[in-house]
Design a protein around this ligand. Structure first.
Ligand code: AMP
Ligand code: GLY
Length: 428
């Protein structure tokens, strides 16, 4: 089978690494990929948002299976585009169409959806430029803190947690005036602040059947002890100690089942991953957000724990046959530590030589922002590498991932030294 992955991050390297292990995989391509995917696949230098070019690559390389990594092409309708090409009718695709991707592409849609199907989530109200004054007044009467969310995709920058009415009102005005957020801020969701502990649950569905994949916790802030600005993710751990069996059963019954029933009710044939961001509040799950894809860096701890042939799982998803597969999960703990460029998530420089990678042992270095030039692996993004270790205990997985994170060298390297440490200390 010839397989194409869209994307260029650590998530896509993890997919490529796992797919390449399958005897069912003949040739693997990544659009556009990075220095890590180039080790296990062929990178194609085209943009994943250039749908006609993607379709041509699918024809040219005789692709049988397509896996879409990031949200942007999903929300922009890459799946719809390809489904409308008559000669690509037999192409298997893992990833929802634009309607399904609205779960991530519009916070207003996803909140209405959750309210419609009784899925536990924070109480919320949506405002537009026309109802700005009502929104400002609403903020004055609401308890603090309060959460302000731009409706559309905002690359992780569309959520403000405001501690004062003034900050909340400024955020609402800024989003609705269209300057900073463009179309993404044409609607704004204002929601109640939930106090609890966060984790992510991943569901793979073929439109009817579903599998719950290993859960993960990610570390979003740049600084240790969860301080400083938000990033794409500085590390992840799977499994998550506080996601015990009873809690995961609640997630399945109160969130996963009604979500899939809701999608069917709305005639959305969703084939792909649903990433459910949850807050555990007094033992109960509340949905913070849906994403229409896997998480990054969560994928770098989730896929290594899945023991199935990933091509099998992806084909079953596209063919509506997930009921025929049992997902086998390793009992080991996986921890990934993300190495980022100095200055990230603000301005940073790229093009720094990365060394010591080839000396790492007993870990997997998933590439995020890297490229190969003149025989050197160079930094090429804010998040550069995600170093995953697996071990029989969380402590050992943390130690192995951290040792490798320390050993890799590039100018300006930064990483968090406390990934997983809260979970070692965690007591229910
Ligand atoms: P989102 O982009 O929706 O995932 O929001 C980014 C982050 O903001 C989440 O990962 C949470 O840490 C936080 N957050 C979002 N919504 C809420 C909420 N209602 N209560 C508390 N924290 C929230
Ligand atoms: N790590 C969070 C995300 O992928 O959205």
């Amino acid at each position: 089978m010839n397989i194409l992955i869209l994307g260029s991050g650590g998530r896509e390297h993890a997919f490529a690494w796992k797919l390449a292990q399958s005897p069912l995989c003949d040739t693997l391509y990544v659009v556009p990929g990075n220095a890590g995917t180039a080790q296990v696949a062929t990178n194609l230098p085209i943009s994943y948002n250039d749908f006609p070019a993607v379709a041509d690559a699918i024809r040219d390389k005789k692709i049988d299976l397509l896996i879409v990594g990031p949200e942007e092409p999903l929300v922009k309708g890459v799946v719809d585009f390809l489904r409308n090409e008559p000669d690509l009718a037999t192409l298997r695709i893992v990833g929802p169409d634009a309607k399904g991707a609205q779960l991530e592409g519009s916070k207003d849609f996803s909140k209405q959806f959750m309210h419609r199907y009784g899925i536990p989530t924070a109480a919320s109200k949506t405002f537009t430029a026309e109802t700005l004054d009502e929104g400002l007044a609403y903020l004055e009467s609401h308890s603090l803190p309060i959460v302000i969310k731009a409706d559309g995709l905002a690359a992780g920058k569309g959520v403000i947690i405001a501690e004062t009415v003034a900050v909340a009102q400024t955020a609402l005005r800024d989003m609705l005036d269209g300057q900073k957020f463009g179309e993404a801020g044409s609607k704004v969701v204002i929601e109640q602040f939930l106090r609890g502990i966060e984790l992510s649950v991943f569901v793979l569905t073929d439109g009817v059947n579903y599998k719950i994949l290993p859960e993960a916790k990610d570390y979003k802030r740049i600084g240790e002890e969860d301080t400083g600005p938000n990033t794409g993710g500085m590390g992840a751990v799977s499994p998550v100690v506080f996601a015990n069996k009873a809690f995961l059963q609640k997630v399945e019954d109160k969130v996963v089942k009604p979500t899939l029933a809701g999608l069917q009710q709305e005639d959305i044939r969703y084939q792909g991953f649903i990433f459910i961001g949850l807050m555990k509040v007094n033992g109960e799950p509340f949905v913070i957000e849906y994403n229409a894809r896997m998480g990054d860096p969560e994928t770098e701890v989730v896929l290594p724990r899945i023991q199935n042939d990933l091509v099998d799982l992806m084909v079953a998803t596209a063919d509506g046959e997930l009921d025929k597969i049992a997902v086998q999960v390793s009992p080991q703990t996986a921890v990934t530590t993300v190495l980022v460029s100095g200055g990230y998530p603000g301005d940073y420089v790229t093009g720094k030589i990365i060394s010591e990678l080839e000396r790492l042992e007993d870990v997997t270095a998933f590439h995020a922002g890297t490229l190969v030039k003149n025989g050197h692996v160079l930094t090429n993004g804010g998040r550069v590498l995600a170093i995953t270790a697996q071990a029989n205990s969380l402590e050992n997985a943390v130690r192995k991932s951290q040792e490798a994170a320390r050993a890799v060298r590039f100018d300006g390297k930064q990483y968090r030294k406390d990934i997983g440490v809260d979970l070692i200390r965690y007591a229910d």
